[in-house]
Design a protein around this ligand. Structure first.
Ligand code: NDP
Length: 186
């Protein structure tokens, strides 16, 4: 299902829409609770294997851009993806990841990979910065309220259109109802 969404919608996003990013689709990929909480104490507040699977399918072989703190909380480069870490610290280095100092630089790097889409995977600071430029949001809405200390911006229906939604009920492995949503900028 995820692949279909990606392919169909790629072809629907005209070049003029993605002009600001040189034809690359800038997508945010996030899981948020009902109050837009996305993290607490530099960790995810939940464990939802279904969402991890969705994340893996969507980002496989694609460039993923993350803030330095999110990279350090994951602790390693994710296999099978091109990890790009953004920092302001010119001395910061890691093997197995590309380092950039701005979102524009990350987009330029993605172009050199010959792909059509780059996924911003968090955290809060980089989501906030990339939000205004983003073309698409893959939002896993977790139908629960958690305590948190970092939030995703409100996805305003005046600016964003819900183009796909798949609702999943909790089961023995996934403790919370959740919905996989895809939003496209109007
Ligand atoms: P981030 O992961 O956004 O990293 C912030 C760091 O990224 C900054 O300190 C800076 O690094 C660098 N950075 C950010 N913006 C820029 C910029 N415009 N230019 C250059 N460098 C930049 O940290 P947050 O604390 O905001 O978010 C982490 C939280 O988010 C955690 O709780 C994590 O669990 C959660 N999270 C949630 C996700 C979800 O989908 N629910 C997904 C990912 C994370 P430096 O200090 O080195 O200069």
């Amino acid at each position: 299902m995820q692949d279909d969404v990606s392919k169909n919608e790629n072809s629907n996003l005209s070049l003029s829409v993605t002009e600001g990013t040189g034809g690359i689709i800038l997508s945010l990929l996030v899981a948020a609770d009902e109050n837009n909480v996305i993290g607490k104490d530099n960790q995810l507040p939940w464990h939802l294997p279904n969402d991890l699977k969705y994340f893996k399918n969507l980002t496989w072989a694609m460039p993923i851009l993350m803030g330095r703190k999110t990279f350090e909380s994951i602790g390693k480069a994710l296999p099978g993806r091109k990890s790009i870490v953004i920092t302001r610290n010119k001395n910061w280095q890691q093997t197995e990841v590309d380092v950039v100092y701005s979102i524009d630089e990350a987009i330029e790097l993605a172009k050199s990979y010959d792909v059509k889409e780059i996924f911003v995977i968090g955290g809060a600071e980089i989501f906030n910065t990339a939000f205004e430029k983003a073309h698409r949001i893959y939002l896993t809405r977790i139908h629960h309220q958690f305590e948190g200390d970092v939030y995703f911006p409100v996805v305003n229906e005046k600016e964003w259109r819900l183009i796909k939604e798949h609702r999943c009920t909790k089961d023995e492995k996934n403790a919370f109802d959740h919905s996989f949503q895809v939003w496209k900028r109007k």
